[in-house]
Design a protein around this ligand. Structure first.
Ligand SMILES: Cc1cc2nc3c(=O)[nH]c(=O)nc-3n(C[C@H](O)[C@H](O)[C@H](O)COP(=O)(O)OP(=O)(O)OC[C@H]3O[C@@H](n4cnc5c(N)ncnc54)[C@H](O)[C@@H]3O)c2cc1C
Length: 512
């Protein structure tokens, strides 16, 4: 997947695209894979990097959502559990089974959660993971040696999926490209082209150099997540906003706060929130919060009260209280929550929303990473109607994601690359960039050559997950990454200095 080839395809062929998608997060990339694999001519543009916004800032769970079960939202859980099963099947290099323990501190919690989780197991049907079961106090302590023991009575263990969100986004961009889509990052949609009130194309600006382009499309999909209202209002200035972004923050701690391979799930904190402590890439992620925010931003920042909430609640459930100095990284993301009561929103599912404006602009938002494939299927069914395309059956239920490979990798660090791991090893550059990070020189070369990484941030935040794993070490690694990339991309010393400085400024927002 190379940006120069995508750019040539974008500018060199003036035929209209069947479907143009704005937004390169989970929703847009899923839609591009779906549409291209049906055989449609597809363009996807992303203003920044793929998954720069919400899609790289999730809790990293591929889940049915135990809490939705508590709310009685059975159809939503059923759909998500089915998608969980399909994703395990189609992206085994990125998704794996993770055990979660709900520790219990009152006698009635064991049977209460136990029954609920049996329903959860049952809803997954043949695509289920390992079944849930009750645990004694000793079982819990064996699995979670650092859990708070005071008043602990036992627990319940259940299984869900865990994944690497940004790597899935990159692999989806590669899958879409392999299926024939034109997929370009750092290409902003600056306006809509209209004819007789109908959207017929996009105005674009290349963030690399500022060139302006116009492309024609039979249909345009707005998959811009928390930014969706901006494009809706570009289409119709009177359109009422439908999004209410809500911020979720995660803290990343050293692994010794949660040794072992089991996650902790607190279904209801004192103030009614769900809290996770999850092992991920050799660290422990604690999250999350739910704070309404007024304005969408590409780099949301954790509020002091959110950090305080997470630290104090982690202290309640762990034997050792985490302090600000223990935090390796803090990251915030914005949930694209839809206010369905406003606007003429047509709901195809209780979780995601698809709206078709009078101009033909299709907006899809809401949902979650786990259900991206189903969201894509729904929106492309809709796009075929709007664009009057020959309807074609969805193929993604059985379409492997780029890199899909079941073979265990001897080098565990590269397992997230799936089938590409062998090519990365073949580059014979195993030297690490930084002693506290596992990232190797070979990976940086691979990111620049084959994964459309354009900046140091692309490599350290999303192609690898260094920024989330250790923000300070990432900042120290930035000059070396910039030099390697400059050689690959033909950049000069000024670019190296500018990139190093820009990344240091960004990373300073991820440390406490
Ligand atoms: C804290 C938190 C935890 C979560 N945890 C989970 C979880 O564990 N499991 C799960 O399944 N889901 C989870 N989710 C939900 C999931 O992350 C989101 O539903 C999903 O990532 C949304 O993807 P999206 O593509 O709709 O939006 P985004 O990822 O935000 O993508 C929209 C893209 O559009 C681009 N864009 C905007 N305007 C333009 C323009 N004019 N031109 C070009 N591009 C543009 C943006 O740059 C952005 O990259 C979580 C969400 C949050 C916030």
């Amino acid at each position: 997947m190379q940006r120069s080839s995508a750019l040539a395809a974008l500018t060199g062929d003036t035929r209209p695209f069947d479907i143009a998608i704005v937004g390169g997060g989970a929703t847009g990339l899923g839609a591009a894979v779906d549409a291209a694999s049906r055989g449609h001519r597809v363009l996807l543009v992303e203003q920044s990097d793929f998954a720069k916004a919400t899609s790289s800032r999730s809790t990293k769970l591929v889940h049915g959502g135990v809490r939705y079960l508590r709310q009685g939202n059975i159809s939503l859980v059923f759909e998500a559990l089915r998608e969980r099963g399909l994703l395990c099947q189609n992206a085994p290099h990125l998704v794996h089974d993770l055990a979660f323990v709900i520790p219990t501190y009152h006698w009635w919690e064991g049977p209460f959660y136990g029954i609920g989780l049996k329903v959860y197991d049952g809803l997954a049907g043949t695509l289920g993971l390992q079944p849930s079961r009750s645990l004694t106090r000793d079982d819990v302590l064996e699995l979670l040696p650092t859990i708070e023991t005071e008043h602990l009575t036992g627990g319940v263990i259940y299984h869900d999926g865990q994944f690497d969100d940004a790597r899935l986004a990159i692999n989806l961009a590669q899958t879409a490209t392999e299926q024939g889509a034109v997929v370009v990052n750092y290409m902003a949609c600056t306006g809509l082209i209209k004819s007789n009130g109908h959207v017929t194309g996009l105005k674009l600006r290349d963030a690399e150099g500022g060139a302006e382009h116009e492309v024609q499309a039979r249909c345009v999909i707005n998959a811009t997540g928390v930014f969706a209202d901006a494009l809706r209002q570009e289409d119709d200035a009177a359109a009422a906003p439908i999004l209410r972004p809500s911020q979720g923050v995660h803290l990343v701690l050293p692994r010794d706060f949660l040794p072992g391979d089991t996650a902790i799930m607190i279904p209801k904190t004192d103030d009614g929130r769900v809290l996770f402590a999850v092992p991920w890439h050799g660290r422990c992620i604690i999250g999350t919060t739910d704070t309404p925010v007024e304005h969408a931003s590409l780099e949301p920042r954790a509020l002091p009260e959110e950090i305080e909430f997470l630290l104090s609640h982690a202290a309640r459930y762990l034997t050792r209280d985490p302090l600000p100095g223990d935090v390796l990284s803090v990251f915030a993301g914005l949930r694209p929550l839809v206010n369905a009561k406003q606007g003429s929103t047509a709901s195809l599912s209780r979780d995601h929303h698809i709206e078709v404006a009078d101009s033909g602009l299709i907006t899809i938002t809401g949902g979650k990473w786990t259900t991206y494939r189903r969201m894509a299927e729904d929106v492309i069914d809709q796009a075929e109607l709007v664009a009057v395309l020959q309807p074609r059956p969805c193929r993604t239920e059985e379409l492997p994601v780029h890199g899909a490979c079941n073979a265990g990798r001897p080098n565990a660090h590269l397992r997230y690359y799936g089938g590409d791991a062998a090519h990365i090893e073949g580059l014979e550059r195993p030297e690490r960039i930084h002693s506290r990070l596992e990232l190797t020189e070979a990976e940086v070369l691979w990111h620049a050559r084959h994964e459309m990484a354009r900046t140091v941030e692309d490599v350290l935040a999303r192609r690898s997950r260094c920024l989330l794993l250790d923000a300070r070490a990432s900042s120290e690694a930035a000059p070396a990454v910039a030099l390697l990339m400059a050689n690959e991309l033909g950049r000069d010393d000024a670019w190296v200095a500018e990139q190093t400085q820009a990344f240091a400024a960004l990373a300073s927002g991820y440390v406490l």
